[in-house]
Design a protein around this ligand. Structure first.
Ligand SMILES: [Zn+2]
Length: 344
């Protein structure tokens, strides 16, 4: 139990979440940060670590993606000035100069913490079974020029499989979807597409949607605008090279880390950013094996559910067949993002 709380607290520090509060408090964005109780209903984005990490370090212009200790400086507890009490959606970005981006338009850390470049980290607030979760107050500030999705409507589930880290057991994954005639949405980092282009071709052939998740799976907050554009455009080219088709206009920020400026930038490039309404602590081994992803998903199942599942978690893949079967039994169909209807 102690270890669990420790991990939860650490994950919270990493993702700057606050926890333990009642669902959907209106002032969450200004509430003080605190480690969550084990039953906390705030579900943060994954930390930058092994399971969700990007390609080998030498190729990465962004933050380190090693063990969590490297990220201890990114949480609110070490923030200075106004951010010292920030919570929830605030991610202060790497402070280690060694990980800073070198470039003509790279922003100094101070500037990156304010205004429309203030780093944000996606999260949601779990509600009782069957109910749509609460979402960050930041979403209320999204404009029409910041196209984004985090939940749909109706008896549809959008399974999004994130492959920013290990590819894991591809065969079981593909089979579990095929056997159940379920379609999924894949966000596969470009370096993984390069590693296994056949995998991507098989997914497209099976009718799944594969969308843009950047080339290097780096926190976009520490990249310059030029770098972000290049990450996205290089992915488009690679996708076309590999599949012979144009990519569908959906984008996921690695680690759910973004800012308002980037949300607009990505939107201006024709993309809709896709967040989620279910995520799991699947960047670490699951205490109860495949039971954990099964319960995490089934206990938060709701209309228009956008589920984030990391492909690199063996427990997820082991549980997938049962998850898909039981979601269908509950009356939902597995849909692609291109037919989503967000709530009005
Ligand atoms: Zn990812």
């Amino acid at each position: 139990m102690k270890a669990w709380i420790g991990l939860a607290a650490l994950a919270c520090v990493l993702t700057a979440c606050s926890g333990g509060a009642a669902a959907d408090p209106p002032e969450r964005e200004s509430a003080p940060a605190a480690p969550p109780a084990p039953e906390a209903n705030v579900v943060p984005a994954p930390p930058v670590n092994e399971v969700t990490s990007g390609p080998p370090k030498e190729k990465e212009p962004g933050p380190p993606d090693g063990p969590p200790a490297e990220h201890a400086s990114t949480g609110p507890s070490t923030a200075s000035g106004a951010d010292a009490t920030a919570t929830g959606s605030v991610y202060n970005g790497p402070r280690n100069p060694a990980s800073a981006v070198v470039g003509s338009s790279a922003k100094p850390p101070k500037e990156a913490e304010t205004g429309d470049r203030k780093a944000l980290s996606w999260y949601y607030m779990k509600k009782p079974k069957g109910q749509v979760p609460g979402f960050p107050g930041d979403t209320k500030a999204y404009t029409d020029s910041m196209k984004a999705l985090w939940v749909g409507t109706g008896k549809k589930v959008y399974l999004t499989i994130d492959t920013g880290g290990n590819l894991g057991d591809i065969e079981t994954l593909i089979k579990s979807l095929k056997d159940n005639d379920a379609k999924a949405n894949f966000f596969i980092a470009g370096y993984n597409v390069r590693k296994n282009p056949d995998y991507v071709r098989r997914l497209v052939k099976d009718g799944h949607l594969v969308a843009n998740h950047t080339m290097t799976h780096t926190d976009m907050n520490v990249q310059t605008d030029e770098q972000v554009r290049k990450e996205i455009e290089d992915y488009e080219k690679l996708y076309q090279e590999v599949t012979g088709e144009e990519i569908q206009p959906f984008f996921r920020f690695p680690y759910g880390r973004y800012n308002m400026h980037l949300l607009k930038l990505v939107s201006d490039m024709g993309y809709t950013s896709v967040f989620w309404s279910t995520a799991m602590r699947d960047w670490e081994p699951r205490k109860n094996g495949a039971e954990d992803p099964y319960n995490d998903i089934m206990n938060n199942l709701h209309d228009g559910n956008i589920i984030l599942m990391h492909q690199g978690s063996p427990e997820n893949i082991e549980a997938l067949d049962r998850i898909v079967k039981d979601i269908k039994k509950a009356g939902y169909t597995f849909a692609l993002l291109n037919d989503i209807e967000p709530p009005k």
